[in-house]
Design a protein around this ligand. Structure first.
Ligand code: NAG
Ligand code: NAG
Ligand code: NAG
Length: 423
């Protein structure tokens, strides 16, 4: 075949591939943009409030005979309401490990790594869902819908979530999601965040695509109206409802203390809550919010600020009840054990840029347009005793979900397109 002919075929083939990808991409965008029919909160059927019933044909997950610590039974039924940009990926890894170790049943989404976020959670989104089905752990991103979640777990399941100082959360969310929130495209300066905070009302449009990422994201994730007037009595009602529904609200700023309280609540062992910080962002070239901008960010996210204030206060009451000294001892023990694992597992002993990660199974998911999320290299030689734990502790969320057998075709397709376009 003469060369020009071959070239033409090649470019036609490329065009076809590109066209196909573009079409899938549009379909994908469409499925994200169109609110699903089950988005309404009113969809609760009577069945929703009935407890699930375990399948008697399924073997009970094995708990080691010596599994109980200090007389309590380790809790295995857990709902983790995974909030955005709060260190929740690290907690997810902890839950994945625990569930895998004890052969527990996860309620996973189908096709992607969240439950159709930002639409409300619905039971029908769970992979292999059938009415009455019981699950042990629910932990993927969702917009919380209590009645739908409750029907999937035992009535005595433990509900937990994690919050973060809303100004910091806003900053993180702005950097991570900014490029997929069209209303930020109008911002032109070098420091878009500062520009936005100078006059948020000028740029913000509550009905804009993905706008929820940029205001009161915690309130939104927890299933409430993130555009409520801060003076509305409903704000306090919602906060008290969160308090009634969740057994423990962890705080990203006091992560180790939170894990100690969690371990105590769940009657787990120290090994279960060991962790490496996952999904951390490289220190950004723009300085962290300070002074005036911090105050502005707090005021802009006033609902979240009130939520955080409430749970920061109750958190310290819990620490008080737990015992300050006992807390200090246990936090020290946790840090020491984490440090030990770091030396055992991590090549070079620290997180590195994506480009420096050799094993693709260890590559973390990146936000659109940047490679700012750090990951780890697993040491080449790890003793048999720790090899499995090290690998599990370091495996990023998406790969771990695949290891656990989750079907992620939408997420994978999206990654393919991004790799192709070098986004
Ligand atoms: C439980 O602990 C005892 C002594 O501490 C040990 O002899 C026994 O093998 C353990 N059983 C299991 C199932 O691990
Ligand atoms: C929760 O309830 C289930 C079923 O009734 C029971 O098997 C389990 O032991 C209970 N868990 C706790 C921690 O009480
Ligand atoms: C949380 O509460 C503690 C103890 O009252 C206080 O020192 C700390 O500044 C609070 N944190 C935030 C971010 O408000």
């Amino acid at each position: 075949m003469p060369l020009p002919q071959k070239k033409r075929w090649e470019s036609m083939a490329k065009g076809l591939v590109l066209g196909a990808l573009f079409t899938s991409f549009l379909l994908l965008l469409y499925s994200y943009a169109v609110p699903p029919l089950h988005a309404g909160l009113a969809s609760t059927t009577p069945e929703a409030s009935e407890p699930c019933s375990p399948d008697p044909t399924e073997p009970e997950a094995v708990t080691p005979a010596n599994g109980s610590v200090g007389g309590c039974q380790p809790r295995r039924d857990i709902v983790f309401m995974k909030t955005h940009k709060t260190g929740s990926s690290t907690l997810l890894n902890i839950l994945f490990r625990f569930g895998q170790k004890h052969g527990l049943k996860f309620a996973f989404p189908n096709g992607r790594n969240d439950f159709d976020y930002p639409a409300y959670f619905a039971r029908s989104l769970v992979q292999d869902y059938r009415p009455g089905a019981c699950f042990n752990i629910i932990c993927n991103h969702m917009r919380f819908h209590y009645d739908e979640v409750r029907g999937l777990v035992q009535p005595n399941a433990t509900f937990i979530t994690v919050l973060r100082d809303p100004a910091r959360l806003f900053e993180s969310s702005f950097h991570y999601f900014g490029s997929v929130v069209p209303l930020t495209w109008k911002l032109s300066g070098r420091d878009k965040l500062a520009e936005f905070l100078q006059d948020p009302d000028r740029y913000y449009d509550p009905s804009g695509y993905n706008a929820h990422y940029l205001r009161n994201l915690l309130f939104f994730d927890l299933g409430y109206d993130s555009g409520l007037d801060p003076g509305s009595p409903r704000v306090q009602e919602h906060i008290l409802e969160v308090e009634r529904r969740f057994h423990l609200v962890l705080l990203q700023e006091y992560f180790d203390e939170s894990l100690v309280l969690l371990k105590d609540l769940l009657c787990w062992e120290l090994e279960d809550v060991l962790y490496f910080k996952l999904n951390a962002r490289r220190d950004s070239p723009v300085p962290r919010l300070s002074g005036e901008l911090y105050r502005r960010a707090t005021a802009w996210n006033m609902l979240d600020a009130r939520l955080y204030r409430h749970f920061n206060a109750s958190f310290w009451r819990k620490v008080e009840a737990f015992g300050r000294e006992r807390m200090a001892r246990e936090v020290a023990a946790l840090r020491q054990a984490n440090e030990r694992m770091r030396r055992i597992c991590i090549d070079g002993g620290r997180a590195v840029d994506a480009a420096a990660i050799q094993d693709s199974a260890m590559q973390p998911w990146q936000p659109l347009g940047t490679k700012s999320i750090l990951g780890y290299n697993l040491k080449k030689s790890i003793g048999q005793r720790h090899a499995q734990l090290c690998r599990r502790m370091l495996t990023p969320e998406i790969q771990y979900l695949m290891d656990l057998g989750v079907n992620l075709w939408i997420t994978k397709l999206w990654k393919l397109i991004r790799d192709f376009l070098r986004w």
